[in-house]
Design a protein around this ligand. Structure first.
Ligand SMILES: C[S@@+](CC[C@H](N)C(=O)[O-])C[C@H]1O[C@@H](n2cnc3c(N)ncnc32)[C@H](O)[C@@H]1O
Length: 271
C-alpha cells in the first residue's frame, strides 16, 4: 500500500482509458466500412422505379420460364429491366444465362440492343433467341474488340469472383456493369464487391480508387428474415431503403412474396 499502490492504480486507469478509446475507434471504423452501400451519385430515381412496378408486373406474368429456381426472380428481374431501360446501352453482355429468363428481360428492356449472352452450360437454356449472340466460354476468354466499350453494359450473374471481373473490365476499357449476386459477408458462393468493401483491405482500396459510381439497388420490399432465415437488420445486412414497406397494391404482391431473393444487386461505373 502507500504511494506505490496509488501510482499503480493511476497507471491502470490510464491503460483502461486508452484501451476503451481503441475499441471505440475500431467499432466506429468497422461500422463505417460495413455501411458502404453507395459511392458517388444516386443513378436511379426511386420514384421512377416505383412508377414502373405495375408495368413490370404485367410483363412478368408473360415470362417464358415459369419455374426459375436458381435463377432471377421478380425483384432482380425488375432491377435488371429498369436499369437497362433507363441507360439504354447499344450493347449488352450478359454472363450467366441459365434457362434464359435474364436474356428475355434484357431484350424486353432494350429491344434495340445487340446482346451477347454467355454461359458455360448453354444446354440449360429454355428461352433461346435468334437475335442474341451466344458464347460458351468465360467472359475473359472472348474477343471483345468489335464491341464499343463505352456503349456497353455488362450484366454478371455467373457467380465468379467479382473483383477479378472488375480488374478485367478496367484493363479492357469497359466502364459500366451490374453484378446480380452482390452477396453480403459470410453469404453466397462467390466473392462479391460488397464483401470486398466489408473487408476494407487491398481489394477495397483498389475498387475505391477506380470506381466513380457504386449503387446497391433498392429492394422493392425487405422481409423480416433473410433467405438464410436470420434477421434482415442493418447491422448484419446493410441495405438501401426498400421502395415499399406495405403491401397496399395487388400488383406488388409478387415482389412481396419473393422479397428474400434480393441479393444486393449493384450498378457500377468506373472513372
Ligand atoms: C444463377 S444462374 C444464372 C441465372 C440467370 N441469369 C437468370 O436469368 O435466371 C448462373 C449461371 O452461370 C453459369 N456459369 C457458371 N460459370 C460461368 C462462367 N464462368 N461464365 C458464364 N457463365 C457461367 C452457370 O452455368 C449458370 O447457368
Amino acid at each position: 500500500m502507500g504511494i506505490r499502490y496509488f501510482l499503480m492504480k493511476i497507471i491502470d486507469v490510464f491503460r483502461l482509458k486508452k484501451k476503451c478509446a481503441l475499441v471505440k475507434h475500431c467499432n466506429k471504423t468497422n461500422m463505417e466500412n460495413i455501411r458502404l452501400v453507395k459511392i458517388g451519385e444516386e443513378k436511379f430515381c426511386r420514384l421512377d422505379m416505383k412508377n414502373k412496378l405495375e408495368e413490370f408486373s404485367g410483363l412478368y406474368k408473360n415470362r417464358p420460364v415459369k419455374n426459375n429456381t436458381y435463377g432471377m426472380k421478380a425483384p432482380h428481374l425488375f432491377l435488371a429491366w429498369f436499369t437497362m431501360q433507363s441507360l439504354k446501352p447499344e450493347y449488352i453482355i450478359e454472363s450467366g444465362v441459365y434457362k434464359g429468363q435474364g436474356t428475355w428481360i434484357l431484350q424486353k428492356a432494350v429491344p434495340s440492343a445487340r446482346i451477347h449472352s454467355i454461359d458455360i452450360a448453354l444446354w440449360k437454356r429454355k428461352y433461346v433467341s435468334d437475335k442474341v449472340t451466344y458464347h460458351n466460354k468465360d467472359f475473359v476468354c472472348i474477343d471483345w474488340s468489335d464491341i464499343v466499350k463505352d456503349k456497353t453494359i455488362c450484366f454478371f450473374d455467373d457467380h465468379q469472383n467479382a473483383v477479378e471481373r472488375v480488374r478485367f473490365l478496367e484493363k479492357n476499357g469497359f466502364k459500366k456493369f451490374i453484378f446480380e449476386d452482390n452477396y453480403p459477408t459470410g453469404r453466397g458462393d462467390c466473392y462479391s464487391l460488397k464483401q470486398a468493401f466489408d473487408r476494407d483491405g487491398q481489394d477495397a482500396n483498389y475498387l475505391k480508387s477506380i470506381i466513380k459510381v457504386y449503387n446497391e439497388l433498392p429492394p422493392v420490399f425487405k422481409a423480416e428474415k433473410t433467405y438464410w432465415k436470420d434477421m434482415w437488420n442493418e447491422e448484419n445486412y446493410p441495405t438501401p431503403e426498400p421502395l415499399y414497406k406495405n403491401l397496399d397494391k395487388e400488383y406488388l404482391r409478387v415482389f412481396f412474396d419473393q422479397a428474400v431473393h434480393y441479393t444486393w444487386m449493384c450498378y457500377v461505373e468506373l472513372k
